[in-house]
Design a protein around this ligand. Structure first.
Ligand code: SF4
Length: 690
């Protein structure tokens, strides 16, 4: 049996590691999460690169990475370091190395850390299919080790750190042929390099396991954490999680720009941080690197607050919330009609089972002016492009507002709104709402007596509606509450019910609820809720929503996301965010998926502007994946499972790809957008925008 990837998935606790020094900055152990970014300037432009690093440092970046594609750039790192010293900018530098071990040897002389990519340090990536015998495979590993060993020895002498930075998209042919492009392949690829480091007695190692697919990134980091623990157990024969393990640099690669880039980064990075995994983070956006820093800072702050909350897992609780934490699989649930009598049979009125994860809007208390509120809701939904609101939830916690609630429902009906309506109520105040809703959301906590719960369940069962038990309790009390709602539902012969959780630690509480349901053999759907705090900025709210909803979704939990409308201006942003999170977690595709690199010193064109241009023409192609990559050295290897690739191949020219195959070379940039659209047309994936 493998070691678990963290101590417990039911309480936030930081994964323990050794500390590694990167110049004057230490990371891992009890150090704060360190913020990183990467320059996008030409590394031969000493002043320009130093300017950007200085801006990064001013913005709060603690470690700056600079690409060193060839010996000349590696040598110029000395000049950049001198320039920074002259300006009094004290920030550790990392050299980013692909394909050129000789550049790594030079870079190690001038910078505090060297990042190597195991997929291309001394291995090939030509998408070649070849079977290796065990002997041939071992010979190849030894050949790679021979190329890597000198760097390890030199870094040890100079006191430099090394990041073994695996990328899902750039695994070597050798690893791909043995493991496929899997999290296991990513981990094995990294561990081969660790073998060399440990054999040389070198321990200043940091790992990364980046992917543009958030589910893959999460699985790979978890698997690496577990594999490292296994390694120590095998070697030293004990089962302690201790400070011998290595820190992780966490990131999602090619996340893109704007809200999509932030959502995707927050889902991947934030989910791992919520697990306690991550000692230094980089948010990769197709924007100025300066803009990456506040996003990373916000994610780190959220995680550090979570880690320090002191919550503990319920004692003796050993049920599991998923079968396999290293493979995404949506939790098996019952399909439930939620449309109510008027809408029964409408597709969007069902959730769970094979239904897509639904997006609901939570409106808050019944509005004072119900008719005006319904009109402005209809206007907001009309402005939301490409997406539909699939459920509405309104609070009716005040019996004196019963008439207002009726007016609200009548206003919806009279204006032809055919969206299933849920009403949130107390267990003791249910009767007036029964004729009005398709689903009742009944709040339950430790103080609600069993009798009240059973009575509410019996009334909903009799009205043949759906009941959602909203469990309101501290996380560690959730399993006990799950048992009580199971009992109340059974006692009242209520068949169509589901749950949601309103707890202090939503990610962990949802896991606890599902683990208990699994243990009891109950497959009711789960609704994930997000409400923004009054004092949150738009960006903080977007990041927290992405983490709190994205983490369970990537775990395979959640049949609907319910987005609180309050605080969003315009209100349809809440709905859009729900859909963006589903797309970022790869649960439901609404728009084109863009995989665009953050750009670096190798980039051949203005990536931000090009991405915006291509997005404007193609973002309506739901389900199509388009990669926009800065260079042909890494771009084709790292564009993952994109359907089409647009890759800078030289100044002013672009190569176009279909899947992994380059189909047009050296196209002048002025023509490349049209040629890309032609390619999409030829493959039958184009449709005209509305
Ligand atoms: S793909 Fe983009 S970020 Fe990666 S090396 Fe090339 S230009 Fe740099």
């Amino acid at each position: 049996m493998s070691a678990p990837f963290i101590e417990s998935p039911y309480a936030p606790r930081r994964r323990r590691t050794r500390e590694v020094a990167v110049g004057e900055i230490r990371l891992g152990g009890s150090q704060p999460i360190r913020i990183q970014s990467m320059t996008t300037t030409d590394t031969l432009d000493t002043a320009g690169t130093a300017d950007q690093i200085e801006q990064l440092a001013d913005a709060g970046c603690e470690i700056a990475r600079v690409t060193a594609p060839s010996l000349r750039e590696a040598e110029n790192l000395a000049a950049i370091r001198s320039e920074l010293d002259r300006r009094g900018v004290r920030i550790p530098l990392v050299a980013d190395i692909h394909f050129t071990p000789n550049a790594a040897m030079i870079a190690a002389e001038h910078v505090e850390k060297v990042r190597i990519n195991p997929g291309n340090y001394a291995d090939k990536k030509k998408f070649a299919v070849r079977e290796y015998t065990d002997v041939q495979y071992a010979e190849e590993v030894e050949r790679v080790a021979d190329r890597f060993r000198p760097l390890v020895r030199r870094c040890k002498e100079l006191g430099r750190a090394i990041r073994i930075g695996t990328n899902h998209g750039s695994l070597s042919d050798r690893i791909m042929n043995r493991y496929g492009d899997t999290p296991r392949g990513m981990v094995e690829s990294a561990l081969e390099f660790l073998d060399v480091c440990e054999h040389e007695g070198f321990r200043d190692v940091v790992f990364s396991m980046k992917a543009s697919n958030t589910q893959v990134a999460i699985a790979a980091y978890r698997l690496l954490a577990s594999s490292l623990s296994d390694r120590f157990i095998r070697r030293d024969g004990d089962i302690e999680y201790d400070e011998r393990s290595y820190p992780f640099h966490v990131g999602v690669t090619e996340a893109g720009d704007g809200e999509d880039g932030r959502v995707k980064s927050a889902i991947g990075i934030g989910s791992l941080l919520a697990d306690g995994i991550g000692d230094t983070i980089r948010v990769s956006l197709t924007e100025s690197p300066i803009k990456e820093v506040p996003v990373a800072r916000a994610l780190a702050d959220q995680a550090e607050r979570l880690w320090s909350c002191g919550a503990v897992a319920p004692s003796g609780f050993d049920a599991v919330f998923v079968d396999d934490v290293y493979t995404h699989r949506r939790r098996e649930t019952l399909r439930i009609e939620t449309a109510g009598p008027a809408l029964r049979g409408a597709l969007r009125g069902a959730l769970g089972g094979e239904e897509p994860v639904r997006v609901e809007l939570e409106l808050g208390p019944v509005p004072d002016d119900p008719e005006a509120a319904v009109d402005s809701l209809i206007a907001a939904l009309g402005r939301a492009k490409d997406i539909e609101c699939e459920g509405l939830l309104v609070d009716s916690l005040d019996p004196s507002a019963a008439d207002q609630l009726k007016r609200f429902v009548r206003a919806l009906e009279s204006r032809g709104v055919k969206i299933p309506l849920a009403i949130r109520v107390e267990a003791t105040w249910i009767d007036p709402c029964l004729p009005l809703a398709s689903r009742l959301v009944v709040m339950v906590g430790a103080l609600v007596p069993d009798e009240s719960m059973a009575e509410a369940a019996a009334k909903v069962a009799k009205a043949r509606l759906v009941l959602e038990w909203e469990l309101r309790a501290p996380s560690d009390e959730i399993p006990a509450l799950v048992d009580r709602v199971i009992a109340a539902s059974a006692r009242s012969k209520l068949e169509t019910w589901l749950i949601s959780v309103d707890a202090d630690l939503p990610i962990h509480a949802n896991r606890l609820a599902v683990a208990r349901l699994r243990e009891r053999g109950v497959k009711v759907p789960l609704v994930l809720r997000y409400r923004r705090n009054a004092d949150e900025t738009d960006e903080d709210a977007l990041l927290r929503a992405s983490v709190e909803l994205g983490a369970p979704l990537c775990d395979g939990l959640g049949d609907a996301v319910s987005m609180g409308l309050q605080g969003w201006d315009p209100p349809e942003r809440a709905l859009e965010l729900g859909y963006r999170i589903l797309q970022g977690a790869r649960l439901r595709t609404t728009w084109t998926e863009f995989i665009s690199c953050p750009s670096c010193g190798r980039t051949r064109f203005d990536l931000e502007e090009t991405t915006a241009r291509i997005k404007a023409r193609t973002q309506h192609l739901s389900g199509v994946k388009i990669a926009i990559m800065g260079c042909i050295v890494n771009g084709p290897g790292e564009m993952a499972d994109a359907d089409f690739g647009y890759v800078g191949s030289g100044p002013g020219v672009v190569n176009l790809y279909v899947g992994k195959e380059c189909v047009s070379r050296q196209i002048p940039s002025a023509e490349a957008d049209d040629r890309l659209v032609d390619l999409i047309r030829q493959r039958g994936m184009w449709k005209e925008p509305d």
